[in-house]
Design a protein around this ligand. Structure first.
Ligand SMILES: NC(=O)C1=CN([C@@H]2O[C@H](COP(=O)(O)OP(=O)(O)OC[C@H]3O[C@@H](n4cnc5c(N)ncnc54)[C@H](OP(=O)(O)O)[C@@H]3O)[C@@H](O)[C@H]2O)C=CC1
Ligand SMILES: CC(C)(CO)C(=O)C(=O)O
Length: 298
């Protein structure tokens, strides 16, 4: 399969390396010191997965040409900067998989390339850039769940899931990709926001702050229900999932905010608020959390 990885950081570097190791024709985009290091030394994965590969890498996506699969792996805040170059990668059958946390990436990409080319993705892994050219794989299932926009069972989505699985990336077929995306958001956004506000890792949130955490998750559910997503049992399921995670776990949103970086505050917390406003669903806890965090960031 011809694959373009747009943004070769924690996610793009990790998943792209697995696919390249499995024999796919993968071109990575990167910039700055990370680009220089990958050009000089290849791409390296350390930690739970060990890979070192010489790879094709460029800072100019328009030079890649049409591919079968685009893995869009920049942060949600960086999407704007790569959208203009996407069309050059898209042929008749190309699938663009969005890997961002949050709710808005699929629509932003669909506005540029059309819904038929967008496969929303949901990622469950813990990776980070350890140093330029080096990605640390810290754990998690390492999965990417994908679906066609309308959840159709196409040969395209089946082929991509099979390619992922063969490369060591579990890719179970979801009943409804939107439900999966919202369930991930229901975990990562409330725990990121409350974690930062209360300076509390998951173990504290799911015990002493459990009712508060559940109330924030309920706001996500209400907004999702207004979009027609089936989230009937999602709060209970998400709390049960949180109960299984390590007590000291924090999300990337929480860690960024702790470090004084807005990170994905706007796409994640702001995204739930925007969709709520559009659907006429109040999100008072998200409004308060967002205001307090913005005030703290100054
Ligand atoms: N890491 C994880 O474990 C998980 C992450 N996610 C989600 O995945 C998404 C990506 O996160 P993550 O991989 O951690 O982020 P990273 O910052 O590690 O990776 C993004 C990479 O894209 C690069 N990039 C951005 N814009 C461009 C551009 N125009 N040209 C070339 N390179 C570019 C960045 O470069 P630069 O540093 O120079 O900006 C960076 O190397 C986020 O939405 C995150 O929430 C979801 C699940 C798990
Ligand atoms: C919780 C985690 C690592 C799950 O993949 C995540 O998406 C995040 O921290 O942003």
């Amino acid at each position: 399969m011809r694959i373009a990885v747009i943004g070769s950081g924690a996610l793009g570097g990790y998943f792209g390396a697995l696919l390249a190791r499995d024999g796919h024709d993968v071109t990575f985009t990167a910039r700055g010191q990370h680009l220089d290091a990958i050009r000089a030394n290849g791409l390296r994965i350390t930690g739970q997965t060990e890979i070192r590969l010489a790879v094709d890498v460029t800072d100019d996506a328009t030079r890649i040409g049409p591919v079968d699969l685009v893995l869009l792996a920049v942060k949600a805040t960086q999407l704007e900067g790569v959208l203009a170059n996407l069309e050059a990668l898209v042929g008749e059958q190309t699938a663009v998989v969005t890997l961002q946390n949050g709710l808005e990436a699929p629509s932003l990409v669909a506005d540029v390339v059309g819904r038929d080319h967008v496969l929303p993705g949901v990622v469950r892994v813990y990776t980070r850039i350890a140093e330029p050219g080096v990605i640390d794989h810290m754990g998690g299932p390492g999965s990417i769940t994908i679906g066609e926009w309308e959840n159709a069972d196409t040969s395209r989505v089946a082929a991509i899931r099979a390619a992922f699985a063969a490369a060591g990336i579990p890719s179970p077929a979801p009943a409804d990709i939107w439900q999966d995306l919202w369930c991930k958001v229901m975990f990562v956004v409330p725990t990121g926001m409350l974690g930062a506000l209360a300076d509390a890792p998951l173990g504290v949130q799911r015990t002493g702050l459990r009712e508060n955490l559940a109330s924030i998750m309920v706001e996500v559910r209400q907004v999702g229900l207004a979009q027609g997503v089936d989230l009937a049992d999602a709060v209970e399921q998400t709390l049960a999932f949180a109960d299984q995670m390590p007590a000291e776990a924090t999300t990337s949103l929480h860690r960024d905010l702790d470090a004084g970086i807005p990170g994905e505050l706007d796409p994640l917390v702001g995204g739930v608020r925007r969709l709520g406003r559009r659907a006429g669903v109040p999100t008072p806890l998200f409004d308060l959390g967002h205001a307090l965090l913005e005030r703290r960031l100054g």
